[in-house]
Ligand binder design. Structure first.
Ligand SMILES: Nc1ncnc2c1ncn2[C@@H]1O[C@H](COP(=O)(O)OP(=O)(O)OP(=O)(O)O)[C@@H](O)[C@H]1O
Length: 574
C-alpha cells in the first residue's frame, strides 16, 4: 500500500505530510470534544440540571470546537497542497536532470511522447499520492486508535466491536490491489501508445492528407482509442466495485456500533449521554478508512505512474566524460568502429578513417550505408559502439559533453528553428553576438537579403518555421551553426531538400569554410564533393574507398560507378 521508493524520493516533503496528519488529528479531537460537549448537554437536560449558565458555556465551547476544527482542516489542506507542489518539483527536477544526463542519445531509450506524458499527466497523478493518499493512510491509522481510547471507557464491548470492523477496509483494499496493479499497468501502456500515435499522426497530418491516408490512420486511432476506452472502463468498474465493498464495511460497521450501543443502553449498562456520543462517533471510526479507500485508486494510479517515472530514471546513462578539448587543430581518428541500433544488424562495420584539422571531407554512399550514423558518432550522439572515435587524441565518450558540443556541430537535413524571433534562434549559436555579427553569419549563409526583406532580426518564426521555405529554413540553420565557434562542422545532407539556388549557396559556403574549420559533408550528390580533400565511400556500413575525386574516378571503383550514373542522369535531364 506504500510505494517505498516514491516515499524515499519525496522525503523532503514528509514534514508537510506529517503536519497535515497532525492538523487532521487536531480537527478530529475538536470534533470529539464537540460531540462530548453535546452529550454532556443531553445528560444535563435528561437530569433536569440544564440552566442558562449551562447554555452559554456550551454554546461558547461548541463555537471554540468548531473554530479549531475549521482552522485545523484548512491548515491540513494547506499542508496537502504544499506537499503536492513539492513532490511535483522534486519529480520534474529528477526527470529533467535525467534527460540532461541522457543527453542527445535519450531517443535511443525512450520516445518523446512518453517523456511528455510521464512529465505531465504522470506527475500530476503522483501529486495526489502525496497530497491526499499518504497523509490519509497515517490519519486512518491514528483516528480509530484515538476513538477507541475515547469510547472504551464508556463501553469496552462497543469499542471492541467498532475497532474490529475497521481492518476489513484495508483488507478489501489489499484484495483488489493485485488486480488493480495489473490493470493500471495495462492502462498506462495503452495510454502511452495512444499518445505516441496521436503525436505521430498530428506531426504527419500534412503527409496523411496528401496521400489521403488520414481516413485509414483515423480508423487505426479509433481502434486504439476503443482499446483504451475498454481498459479505462475496466479500471473504473474495478474501482466502483471495490468502493461498494468498502461502503458496505463502513456503513455496516457504523450500524453495528449503533446497534451495540442501543443494546447496551437497553440493558442499562450505558447512560443516555454515552450512548448518544457513541452513536454520533461510530461513523467517525470508519470515515477515515473509507476516505482512504476512495483515495486508494487515485493513489494506485499515481503509484503506477511513479513506476513509469522510475523506469525512466533508471535508464542507463552514458558516462559523462570529463576531458575537455582545446585549440582548433584537433584531428579526428576513427578506428575499427562498429555499431548496431538493433542487436545483430550492423550499421557500421569496422570503419577506420582519419580527418585532418581544417580539411574538407566528403562522405558518400548508397542510402542506408551508415553515413548519418557516422556523423552522429562524431557528435557523440550514439553510444554502445565498439572500436574508437577520437578527437584530438581523446575518446569521444571521455570528452565532456559541453566541450564536445562546442567543438562539433551537426547541421542536419532539416534543422529545427524554434517558434519566436529569428534573433532568439540565432543567439543559440552565440549568446553574446552583436547584431552586426548576426548579419555577418546570415550573409555568409546567403540569408541576409531575405531576412532584411522580412523585417530583420526580429522577424517572427512560426511554429515548425511554417512561414519559411525549406531553403530559407536551412540557410538560417546554417547561419546559426556558423555563429558557434565549433572547430568541426558536419553537414549531413544539409542541401538535399532545398531549391537549386539554396543548394548552390550552401555549396559555395562550404568551400569558403574549408581551411577555416574542419568541414565534413555527408552527401549523395557527388558534385558537392568534387573539391573535397578526401572522399570516403560507404557500402552497407563498410568504408570501401577513400581518396580525392580525381583519384577515385581513375580507380574505377564504386565511386566512379556512382559518378558516371549521376553524370549521365544530369546530362539526360539537360
Ligand atoms: N534510430 C534508428 N534505429 C534503428 N535503425 C536505424 C536508426 N537510424 C538508422 N537506422 C538504420 O541504420 C542504417 C544506416 O542508416 P543511416 O541513416 O546512417 O544511413 P545513411 O547512409 O545516412 O542513409 P541516407 O543516405 O538515406 O540518409 C539504415 O539501415 C537505417 O535503417
Amino acid at each position: 500500500m506504500v510505494n517505498g521508493r516514491l516515499v524515499r524520493l519525496g522525503r523532503s516533503q514528509m514534514g508537510h505530510v506529517l503536519a497535515q496528519v497532525a492538523f487532521q488529528w487536531i480537527a478530529l479531537a475538536a470534533n470529539i470534544a464537540l460531540v462530548m460537549g453535546v452529550a454532556e448537554l443531553v445528560r444535563a437536560f435528561v437530569e433536569g440540571r440544564f440552566g442558562s449558565t449551562h447554555g452559554a458555556g456550551s454554546v461558547l465551547g461548541a463555537l471554540v470546537c468548531l473554530a479549531v476544527r475549521f482552522a485545523a482542516t484548512r491548515a491540513a489542506a494547506v499542508m496537502g497542497s504544499r506537499s503536492s507542489r513539492g513532490i511535483k518539483d522534486v519529480l520534474r527536477r529528477a526527470l529533467y536532470d535525467k534527460l540532461l544526463a541522457l543527453g542527445p542519445s535519450y531517443a535511443q531509450h525512450i520516445s518523446t511522447s512518453e517523456v511528455v506524458q510521464v512529465a505531465g499527466e504522470g506527475i500530476e497523478q503522483v501529486e495526489t499520492y502525496f497530497g491526499l493518499y499518504l497523509p490519509q493512510l497515517l490519519y486512518a491509522l491514528a483516528a480509530p486508535i484515538t476513538l477507541f481510547a475515547v469510547v472504551a471507557p464508556m463501553s469496552l464491548p462497543v469499542a471492541l466491536g467498532l475497532v474490529a470492523c475497521v481492518p476489513l477496509i484495508p483488507l478489501a483494499i489489499a484484495a483488489v490491489q493485485a488486480i488493480a496493479k495489473r490493470l493500471l499497468a495495462s492502462y498506462w501502456s495503452q495510454y502511452a501508445e495512444l499518445g505516441d500515435s496521436f503525436l505521430e499522426n498530428l506531426q504527419g497530418l500534412g503527409t496523411l492528407k496528401v496521400y489521403e491516408a488520414d481516413g485509414f490512420k483515423a480508423q487505426q486511432m479509433d481502434e486504439e482509442a476503443e482499446a483504451f476506452r475498454r481498459v479505462t472502463m475496466r479500471v473504473l468498474t474495478m474501482q466502483l466495485n471495490s468502493i461498494i465493498v468498502m461502503d458496505l464495511v463502513a456503513y455496516g460497521g457504523a450500524a453495528l456500533g449503533i446497534f451495540l450501543a442501543v443494546g447496551e443502553l437497553a440493558a442499562g449498562r450505558l447512560g443516555l449521554s454515552e450512548a448518544f456520543a457513541i452513536v454520533v462517533l461510530s461513523s467517525e471510526f470508519f470515515i477515515p478508512m473509507r476516505t482512504l479507500g476512495s483515495y486508494f485508486h487515485t493513489a494506485m494510479n499515481g503509484s503506477a505512474a511513479a513506476d513509469r517515472i522510475f523506469a525512466m530514471l533508471d535508464l542507463p546513462e552514458p558516462k559523462a566524460g570529463m576531458r575537455r578539448l582545446h585549440g582548433r587543430s584537433n584531428p579526428i581518428d576513427v578506428r575499427g568502429l562498429s555499431f548496431c541500433y538493433v542487436p545483430g544488424r550492423s550499421v557500421l562495420r569496422d570503419v577506420s578513417l582519419h580527418i585532418e584539422p581544417g580539411s574538407l571531407v566528403g562522405i558518400t554512399g548508397a542510402s542506408g550505408s551508415g553515413k548519418s550514423t557516422l556523423a552522429a558518432m562524431l557528435a557523440g550522439r550514439l553510444e554502445g559502439y565498439s572500436g574508437s572515435v577520437e578527437i584530438g587524441g581523446c575518446q569521444v565518450r571521455d570528452i565532456d559533453p559541453g566541450s564536445l558540443a562546442e567543438h562539433v556541430v551537426v547541421v542536419p537535413t532539416a534543422g529545427h528553428l524554434f517558434c519566436g524571433t529569428l534573433r532568439e534562434n540565432l543567439l543559440m549559436g552565440d549568446a553574446h553576438a552583436t547584431d552586426e555579427r548576426l548579419y555577418r553569419a546570415l550573409a555568409q549563409a546567403r540569408a541576409d537579403e531575405f531576412v532584411r526583406a522580412a523585417g530583420g532580426l526580429d522577424m517572427r518564426i512560426a511554429e515548425g518555421a511554417q512561414n519559411l521555405s525549406g531553403g530559407q529554413r536551412q540557410r538560417l540553420c546554417i547561419a546559426r551553426a556558423l555563429l558557434t565557434r565549433a572547430e568541426t562542422l558536419v553537414f549531413d545532407e544539409a542541401s538535399s531538400n532545398v531549391d537549386v539556388e539554396s543548394e548552390e549557396a550552401i555549396a559555395a559556403l562550404i568551400r569558403e569554410l574549408a581551411g577555416e574549420r574542419t568541414v565534413v559533408v555527408v552527401s549523395h550528390r557527388l558534385a558537392n564533393l568534387v573539391q573535397a580533400d578526401c572522399i570516403h565511400v560507404f557500402e552497407d556500413g563498410r568504408l570501401v574507398e577513400s581518396g580525392t575525386h580525381g583519384e577515385l574516378v581513375v580507380a574505377g571503383g564504386p565511386y566512379e560507378g556512382l559518378w558516371r550514373a549521376q553524370h549521365e542522369l544530369e546530362e539526360g535531364v539537360r
